[in-house]
Design a protein around this ligand. Structure first.
Ligand SMILES: [Zn+2]
Length: 239
Protein backbone atom coordinates (compact mmCIF):
# COMPACT_ATOMS: atom_id res chain seq x y z
CA UNK A 1 0.00 0.00 0.00
CA UNK A 2 1.38 3.39 -0.86
CA UNK A 3 1.86 5.77 2.03
CA UNK A 4 0.48 9.28 2.10
CA UNK A 5 2.50 12.45 2.74
CA UNK A 6 0.83 12.80 6.14
CA UNK A 7 1.32 9.20 7.29
CA UNK A 8 3.90 10.09 9.96
CA UNK A 9 1.30 12.22 11.81
CA UNK A 10 -1.63 9.94 11.06
CA UNK A 11 -4.39 9.06 13.47
CA UNK A 12 -4.78 5.71 11.72
CA UNK A 13 -7.50 4.51 9.42
CA UNK A 14 -11.24 5.03 8.97
CA UNK A 15 -12.92 1.65 8.39
CA UNK A 16 -16.22 0.95 6.64
CA UNK A 17 -18.06 -1.64 8.72
CA UNK A 18 -21.34 -3.26 7.62
CA UNK A 19 -21.02 -6.08 10.13
CA UNK A 20 -20.66 -8.68 7.38
CA UNK A 21 -17.82 -11.17 7.03
CA UNK A 22 -15.62 -9.09 4.73
CA UNK A 23 -15.72 -5.71 6.46
CA UNK A 24 -15.32 -7.31 9.90
CA UNK A 25 -12.23 -9.30 8.87
CA UNK A 26 -10.86 -6.24 7.04
CA UNK A 27 -11.25 -4.28 10.30
CA UNK A 28 -9.44 -6.96 12.31
CA UNK A 29 -6.69 -7.10 9.68
CA UNK A 30 -6.12 -3.34 9.86
CA UNK A 31 -6.18 -3.35 13.66
CA UNK A 32 -3.35 -5.90 13.59
CA UNK A 33 -1.20 -3.36 11.72
CA UNK A 34 -2.23 0.17 12.67
CA UNK A 35 -4.61 2.24 14.84
CA UNK A 36 -8.20 2.82 13.74
CA UNK A 37 -9.56 6.36 14.09
CA UNK A 38 -13.21 5.27 13.83
CA UNK A 39 -15.55 2.87 12.08
CA UNK A 40 -18.49 3.98 9.93
CA UNK A 41 -21.78 2.17 9.34
CA UNK A 42 -24.48 3.35 6.95
CA UNK A 43 -28.19 3.10 7.61
CA UNK A 44 -29.78 3.53 4.18
CA UNK A 45 -33.05 1.75 4.82
CA UNK A 46 -31.71 -1.61 3.65
CA UNK A 47 -33.76 -4.68 4.60
CA UNK A 48 -31.03 -5.95 6.95
CA UNK A 49 -30.34 -2.53 8.54
CA UNK A 50 -31.41 -3.48 12.08
CA UNK A 51 -29.21 -6.58 12.05
CA UNK A 52 -26.28 -4.72 10.55
CA UNK A 53 -26.51 -1.95 13.15
CA UNK A 54 -26.68 -4.49 15.97
CA UNK A 55 -23.70 -6.40 14.56
CA UNK A 56 -21.58 -3.31 14.01
CA UNK A 57 -22.32 -1.90 17.47
CA UNK A 58 -21.20 -5.18 19.04
CA UNK A 59 -18.07 -5.43 16.87
CA UNK A 60 -17.07 -1.81 17.48
CA UNK A 61 -17.56 -2.32 21.21
CA UNK A 62 -15.56 -5.57 21.11
CA UNK A 63 -12.58 -3.67 19.72
CA UNK A 64 -13.21 -0.51 21.79
CA UNK A 65 -13.61 1.71 18.73
CA UNK A 66 -15.47 4.95 18.07
CA UNK A 67 -18.48 4.05 15.92
CA UNK A 68 -20.46 6.47 13.77
CA UNK A 69 -23.78 5.40 12.25
CA UNK A 70 -24.52 7.57 9.24
CA UNK A 71 -28.16 7.81 8.18
CA UNK A 72 -28.73 8.09 4.42
CA UNK A 73 -32.54 8.15 4.25
CA UNK A 74 -32.70 9.34 0.63
CA UNK A 75 -30.79 6.26 -0.55
CA UNK A 76 -33.62 3.99 0.58
CA UNK A 77 -35.72 5.22 -2.37
CA UNK A 78 -33.03 4.01 -4.78
CA UNK A 79 -32.70 0.46 -3.44
CA UNK A 80 -33.41 -2.60 -5.58
CA UNK A 81 -36.50 -4.54 -4.52
CA UNK A 82 -34.40 -7.43 -3.16
CA UNK A 83 -32.87 -5.13 -0.52
CA UNK A 84 -36.01 -3.09 0.25
CA UNK A 85 -37.82 -3.95 3.51
CA UNK A 86 -40.78 -6.23 2.78
CA UNK A 87 -43.18 -3.87 4.57
CA UNK A 88 -42.11 -0.98 2.33
CA UNK A 89 -42.69 -3.13 -0.77
CA UNK A 90 -46.12 -4.06 0.54
CA UNK A 91 -47.01 -0.43 1.33
CA UNK A 92 -46.08 0.55 -2.23
CA UNK A 93 -48.07 -2.33 -3.68
CA UNK A 94 -44.92 -3.94 -5.04
CA UNK A 95 -44.24 -7.65 -5.08
CA UNK A 96 -40.96 -9.52 -5.26
CA UNK A 97 -40.87 -12.80 -7.12
CA UNK A 98 -38.42 -15.39 -5.83
CA UNK A 99 -35.58 -15.93 -8.31
CA UNK A 100 -36.38 -18.85 -10.59
CA UNK A 101 -32.81 -19.88 -11.39
CA UNK A 102 -29.39 -19.72 -9.75
CA UNK A 103 -28.26 -17.27 -12.44
CA UNK A 104 -31.15 -14.99 -11.51
CA UNK A 105 -30.37 -15.34 -7.78
CA UNK A 106 -26.76 -14.27 -8.33
CA UNK A 107 -27.58 -11.56 -10.89
CA UNK A 108 -25.73 -8.45 -9.70
CA UNK A 109 -28.59 -6.20 -10.78
CA UNK A 110 -30.91 -7.81 -8.22
CA UNK A 111 -28.89 -6.44 -5.30
CA UNK A 112 -27.00 -3.52 -6.83
CA UNK A 113 -27.34 -0.23 -4.91
CA UNK A 114 -26.45 2.66 -7.21
CA UNK A 115 -22.85 3.79 -6.58
CA UNK A 116 -22.93 2.46 -3.00
CA UNK A 117 -19.23 1.79 -2.45
CA UNK A 118 -18.31 4.98 -4.32
CA UNK A 119 -20.61 6.98 -2.04
CA UNK A 120 -19.49 5.26 1.17
CA UNK A 121 -15.80 5.75 0.39
CA UNK A 122 -16.40 9.42 -0.37
CA UNK A 123 -18.13 9.92 2.99
CA UNK A 124 -15.33 8.03 4.70
CA UNK A 125 -12.80 10.31 2.98
CA UNK A 126 -14.49 13.32 4.64
CA UNK A 127 -13.99 11.69 8.06
CA UNK A 128 -10.45 10.60 7.26
CA UNK A 129 -9.34 14.05 6.16
CA UNK A 130 -11.01 15.78 9.13
CA UNK A 131 -9.63 13.26 11.66
CA UNK A 132 -6.14 13.27 10.11
CA UNK A 133 -6.46 9.59 9.30
CA UNK A 134 -4.27 8.62 6.38
CA UNK A 135 -6.45 5.91 4.92
CA UNK A 136 -9.87 4.37 4.46
CA UNK A 137 -10.40 0.62 4.62
CA UNK A 138 -13.16 -1.42 3.01
CA UNK A 139 -13.91 -5.11 2.57
CA UNK A 140 -13.54 -5.54 -1.20
CA UNK A 141 -12.68 -9.17 -1.99
CA UNK A 142 -11.75 -11.34 -4.94
CA UNK A 143 -14.93 -13.40 -4.92
CA UNK A 144 -17.33 -10.48 -5.28
CA UNK A 145 -14.85 -8.61 -7.45
CA UNK A 146 -15.74 -11.03 -10.25
CA UNK A 147 -19.26 -9.59 -10.48
CA UNK A 148 -19.08 -6.28 -8.61
CA UNK A 149 -16.72 -3.76 -10.25
CA UNK A 150 -16.60 -1.76 -6.99
CA UNK A 151 -14.94 -4.74 -5.23
CA UNK A 152 -11.78 -4.73 -7.32
CA UNK A 153 -8.18 -3.59 -7.00
CA UNK A 154 -8.72 -1.27 -9.96
CA UNK A 155 -11.59 0.46 -8.15
CA UNK A 156 -9.49 0.78 -4.98
CA UNK A 157 -6.65 2.37 -6.92
CA UNK A 158 -8.94 4.72 -8.87
CA UNK A 159 -10.62 5.93 -5.67
CA UNK A 160 -7.19 6.61 -4.14
CA UNK A 161 -6.34 8.54 -7.28
CA UNK A 162 -9.50 10.66 -6.87
CA UNK A 163 -8.81 11.37 -3.19
CA UNK A 164 -5.35 12.65 -4.13
CA UNK A 165 -7.32 15.55 -5.61
CA UNK A 166 -10.51 15.74 -3.52
CA UNK A 167 -8.67 15.72 -0.16
CA UNK A 168 -5.72 17.96 0.73
CA UNK A 169 -4.15 15.16 2.76
CA UNK A 170 -4.23 12.58 -0.04
CA UNK A 171 -6.33 9.97 1.74
CA UNK A 172 -5.46 6.46 0.53
CA UNK A 173 -7.85 3.53 0.12
CA UNK A 174 -6.90 0.12 1.52
CA UNK A 175 -8.62 -3.14 0.58
CA UNK A 176 -6.65 -5.75 2.53
CA UNK A 177 -8.83 -8.66 1.34
CA UNK A 178 -9.00 -7.71 -2.32
CA UNK A 179 -7.07 -10.82 -3.45
CA UNK A 180 -8.77 -13.27 -1.09
CA UNK A 181 -11.83 -15.47 -1.62
CA UNK A 182 -14.38 -16.06 1.16
CA UNK A 183 -12.71 -19.26 2.41
CA UNK A 184 -9.41 -17.42 2.77
CA UNK A 185 -11.20 -14.52 4.45
CA UNK A 186 -12.75 -16.80 7.09
CA UNK A 187 -9.35 -18.39 7.65
CA UNK A 188 -7.77 -14.94 8.06
CA UNK A 189 -10.57 -14.02 10.47
CA UNK A 190 -9.99 -17.12 12.57
CA UNK A 191 -6.28 -16.32 12.79
CA UNK A 192 -7.17 -12.79 13.92
CA UNK A 193 -9.74 -14.08 16.46
CA UNK A 194 -12.62 -12.18 14.84
CA UNK A 195 -15.83 -12.38 16.93
CA UNK A 196 -17.73 -14.33 14.24
CA UNK A 197 -20.73 -14.74 16.54
CA UNK A 198 -21.62 -11.09 15.83
CA UNK A 199 -21.15 -11.15 12.05
CA UNK A 200 -24.26 -10.56 9.90
CA UNK A 201 -23.74 -11.06 6.16
CA UNK A 202 -27.37 -11.76 5.24
CA UNK A 203 -29.47 -9.48 3.00
CA UNK A 204 -32.65 -10.49 4.84
CA UNK A 205 -34.14 -9.51 8.18
CA UNK A 206 -34.84 -13.00 9.54
CA UNK A 207 -34.02 -14.01 13.11
CA UNK A 208 -30.95 -15.99 12.02
CA UNK A 209 -29.05 -15.48 8.74
CA UNK A 210 -31.34 -16.93 6.04
CA UNK A 211 -28.83 -19.26 4.35
CA UNK A 212 -30.57 -18.66 1.01
CA UNK A 213 -29.64 -15.19 -0.23
CA UNK A 214 -26.52 -14.86 -2.44
CA UNK A 215 -24.49 -13.41 0.42
CA UNK A 216 -25.41 -16.22 2.82
CA UNK A 217 -24.72 -18.86 0.17
CA UNK A 218 -21.23 -17.48 -0.50
CA UNK A 219 -20.31 -17.40 3.21
CA UNK A 220 -21.92 -20.74 3.95
CA UNK A 221 -20.09 -22.46 1.06
CA UNK A 222 -16.81 -20.95 2.22
CA UNK A 223 -17.38 -22.07 5.78
CA UNK A 224 -18.14 -25.63 4.62
CA UNK A 225 -15.11 -25.69 2.36
CA UNK A 226 -12.77 -24.49 5.09
CA UNK A 227 -14.15 -27.01 7.54
CA UNK A 228 -13.75 -29.83 5.00
CA UNK A 229 -10.20 -28.77 4.16
CA UNK A 230 -8.85 -27.91 7.59
CA UNK A 231 -11.39 -28.99 10.20
CA UNK A 232 -11.56 -25.36 11.36
CA UNK A 233 -15.04 -24.06 12.25
CA UNK A 234 -15.85 -20.36 12.24
CA UNK A 235 -19.21 -20.80 13.95
CA UNK A 236 -21.19 -18.57 11.59
CA UNK A 237 -24.86 -19.49 12.12
CA UNK A 238 -27.43 -19.94 9.34
CA UNK A 239 -31.01 -21.20 9.19
ZN1 LIG B 1 -29.22 -14.46 3.79
Amino acid sequence: MTGSPSSSASNGAVVLLSGGLDSTVALADVLSRQPVACVLTFDYGQRAAAHELKATRAIAQHYGLTHHIIPLPWLSDLLPKALTPKQVLQDKGLSLAAPATEAELFDVNRVWVPNRNGLFLNIAACFAEALKADSIVFGANAEEGVDFPDNTETFRQKMSDVFAYSTLSGVQVQAPLVHLNKTEIIERGLALKVPFEWVWSCYEDAEIQCGQCPSCIRVQNAQRQLEAQTGKAAGLAFQ
